[in-house]
Design a protein around this ligand. Structure first.
Ligand code: MN
Ligand code: MN
Length: 457
């Protein structure tokens, strides 16, 4: 059952492909630091590969047939791509799915305040984070401000070399005796995550002169008012680009590997096909980190509605066809796995942990405390996948999330399983998941692409 480190198995040509893929991945990470940005980059790539907007096709009352490629997007945050195959859709689709939201700090709707002539933006964190990791690092603000006049202003501050960054303070060590006695979860609390945005007063202003100056800047640069925060989605993320990591450059250190590493490799695999026999579908979902809720989360009807529209455009829609299409589908629901961390070995069970550079990870189940809440993939389905991976020389490993009863986590797999389809969690091993900077092995990025390609084939 031992899996080998795959680096030494590659030919020169494979190593070249691996580096090229990881360069593209780093660019994808840098261009897509929010779900909206990821969706936009994906649409751009899909269009370049010949994908058409399904909404357009519906509006113009055009039909779809085998060989057609379409995408559908919901609220600029979640999307589905379809490559229609020769076989009847009723026989099921091959679905790749991942999520494109990542843990971060969201700016509140009434965020701006000033204390002791320091201006702050108040935040509410999104997803599971260790709050103490987010202080004293350079942060950037990404997002949109929707104005009453219907205009949406895109905001990115802190990524350009010439841009300022923002940050959160921590108590200096000299005075931290009391703080360091606290439990880790209380070291920095949710309401301590205040983004420092300024210290320079506006001339002639007496009260709250620093926030007045910030508001003037926002007005001048973006033409937005304080009230516009009410209809804004501004996300605070670590500033800066994805970087090669390790003296041997064998890894990538970046914000947002969870789950863009699976989203990107699934997308790259998907777009590498010109045509397929079995209809292929790529799902990139939002809101996974907060339970897949909301209109753009996997629990929404967006996906089911979109499949119904596709069937309708093909002239075969009926409630029963829709149900058969979904039930007969097979899916790799991809999300990151916890990579075994030797420094914290006690939290893992070594035989059933995911390791760096040992290939794409299959998780039969996730969940916690007695597999609660997990999608327990069917053994027969896993046997099929083993066969596919072996035939296509894809290196894979199996894992679960840490020791029994040590913790747990969820993905989107169980939601698709509700249709009665075969679905399994798969993905890429990540070190320090949900930290501002997470790490992956470049070899695993490459094996994930190979795995998804083999699956679609
Ligand atoms: Mn995830
Ligand atoms: Mn996550």
């Amino acid at each position: 059952m031992e899996r080998k480190n795959v680096w030494t198995t590659y030919s020169e040509k494979e190593l070249e492909e691996l580096e090229q893929l990881n360069s593209q991945y780093k660019e994808f990470l840098d261009r897509g630091k929010t779900e909206r940005e990821c969706a936009a980059v994906t649409i751009e790539m899909a269009k370049a590969a010949g994908y058409k907007d399904l909404a357009d096709i519906i509006q113009k009352d055009k039909k779809l047939k085998a060989g057609d490629k379409v995408y559908a997007v919901c609220m600029n945050k979640t999307l589905a791509l379809f490559m229609i195959g020769k076989k009847n859709m009723e026989n099921g689709m091959n679905i790749l799915g991942a999520h494109i939201d990542s843990p971060r700090l969201d700016i509140k709707q009434n965020p701006l305040f000033e204390d002791s002539e320091i201006a702050y933006l108040d935040t509410h964190y999104y997803g599971g984070i260790k709050k103490y990791q987010w202080v004293t690092i350079p942060l950037a603000i990404h997002g949109v401000v929707a104005k009453k006049n219907g205009e949406t202003v895109d905001v990115v501050i802190g990524e350009d070399e010439k841009d300022p960054v923002v940050f959160i303070s921590d108590l200096l060590i000299h005075l931290a005796g009391g703080q360091l006695e606290k439990k880790g979860a209380k070291l920095i609390e949710g309401e301590d995550l205040n983004i420092i945005v300024g210290n320079r007063p506006l001339e002639g202003e007496e009260k709250n002169a620093v926030t007045a100056n910030i508001l003037k800047l926002l007005k001048d640069k973006y033409d937005i008012e304080e009230e516009d925060f009410i209809s804004a989605e501004l996300e605070v993320v670590p500033a800066g680009k994805a970087r090669d990591a390790g003296l041997d450059s064998s890894m990538v250190l970046s914000y947002g590997h969870d789950d863009r590493v699976c989203a990107f490799t699934s997308l790259a695999a998907f777009l590498s096909f010109k045509k397929v026999d079995t209809t292929a579908c790529l799902l990139l979902a939002d809101k996974e980190e907060i339970g897949s809720v909301g209109a753009t989360g996997m629990q929404s009807k967006f996906f089911e509605n979109t499949v119904a529209e596709v069937l309708d455009r093909m002239g075969v829609y009926s409630e029963l066809t829709l149900r058969r299409t979904l039930a007969n589908s097979r899916m790799l629901s991809s999300d990151v796995s916890a990579a075994f961390d030797p420094t914290f070995a006690a939290s893992f069970e070594k035989k059933n942990a995911a390791y760096f550079s040992k290939g794409i990870v299959l998780n039969k189940f996730t969940g916690s405390r007695g597999k609660s809440g997990s999608n327990d993939a069917n053994a027969e389905y896993i046997a099929e996948l083993r066969k596919i991976f072996d035939e296509h020389k894809v290196n894979y490993q199996t894992a679960e999330l840490g020791k029994v009863d040590e913790g747990g986590g969820g993905t989107i797999a169980y939601i698709l399983a509700l249709y009665g389809m075969n679905v399994i969690d798969s993905g890429v091993a990540v070190l320090n998941m949900h930290a501002p900077y997470e790490a992956v092995s470049k070899a695993d990025v490459y094996e994930a692409l190979k795995g998804y390609r083999a699956f679609l084939k």
